[in-house]
Design a protein around this ligand. Sequence first.
Ligand SMILES: C[S@@+](CC[C@H](N)C(=O)[O-])C[C@H]1O[C@@H](n2cnc3c(N)ncnc32)[C@H](O)[C@@H]1O
Length: 309
Amino acid sequence: MGNEFKGQAAHSAEHFGDTRDHWWNRDFLQLIAKRWNLDAVRDVLDVGCGVGHWGMLLASVMPEHVRVTGIDRETIWVEQATARALARGLAKRFAYQQGEAQRLPFPDDSFDLTTCQTVLIHLPDPSAAIAEMLRVTRPGGLVMVAEPNNLTESLLLDSISNQASIDEIVELVRFQLTCERGKAALGEGDNSVGDRVPGLFVAQGLANVEVYVNDKAIAVFPPYASPEQRAFTEDARDRMGRRLWNWSEDEARRVFLAGGGAPGDFAVHFARALASRERIVRGLDDAAYHGIIGGAFYLVAGRKPARAD
Ligand SMILES: C[S@@+](CC[C@H](N)C(=O)[O-])C[C@H]1O[C@@H](n2cnc3c(N)ncnc32)[C@H](O)[C@@H]1O
C-alpha cells in the first residue's frame, strides 16, 4: 500500500507511509508500559498526531478503556485520523481536533499522559511545547515523547554505502548536518533534537526523567520478503522515482542555503546524496543490498510533580 498520503500539500505527508507501522517492537512498548505504569492512564493527549499512528500504537499496549485525544495543526490530518479511527471501529475512544503544540487548546491538568512522536523535531521552540504538554498533564501524570537524532542515519554503513570513500561519507554527513542546521535556522525545528530532550524536560520542571533507546532495528537482506523489508524496499524505490532524498531538491536547497551552504556547492551535494540512494535501489534490484535501518530514536518520559498544597 506504500504511502497513501504522499504528495499531499501538508506537513510530513511524505512520512506517513507503511514504514511508520514498523518503527517499534510491540514487546518493547509493553515493557515501557510496565516501567511507566501506563495501566493507570485513562486520558491520553497525542500532540502533533498526524493520521494517528503513534497514539493508536501506544494505546494498543494500554488498558482498553483509555481515551485518546489527538491534536494536529493540519486540518487534513485531523480529518484523516478521524476517518482512520472510524474505519477501525475506534471512533468512541479516539477523537481528533485541530490545534497548535505551543498553545494546546485544553485546560490545565486535563490528561494522565501527554505524548508526541517526531513532533519536537519540527518545532522552533521545543521547550515551549514541552511546557504546554506539562501544563495540560495532571499532577503525577506523565509527559512522554519519542524523538530521534536523525543525523545518525547518515552514518549507517550498509553493504553499499560502506564501499564509499571516507570523503564521500563525510560529505554526506556534512550535507545532512548543513540542511538540518538550516531547517532549525528557518524556525522549522531541529531534526536531531532527540539528544537534548531529557535536559529540556528537566529544565521545564519534570521529575523522574528517564530515557530509553527504541530497540527496533530492521535488518534488510535478500529476498526482502518480510512486511517491514517490503515496506522499506517499496519506499526506497518510490522515493528514487520521485528524486526525493531526505528532502525534495527544492526543499533541500532551501534548508542547505539557510544552513550556510554555498549556493555553488548545492548541486554537487544533492547529486551525491541522490546517487547514494540510487546505489541502494540498484543494490535491491541486484539482491546485493543488505544493512540495518535504524538510528538513535529515544523515548523520554518525566512526571509532573504532584502539587505541594
Ligand atoms: C512527523 S509527523 C508525526 C505524526 C505522528 N506524531 C506520528 O508519529 O505518526 C509531525 C506532525 O506534527 C504536526 N505538527 C507540526 N507542527 C505542529 C505544531 N506546531 N502544532 C501541532 N502539530 C504540529 C504535523 O502536521 C505532523 O502531522
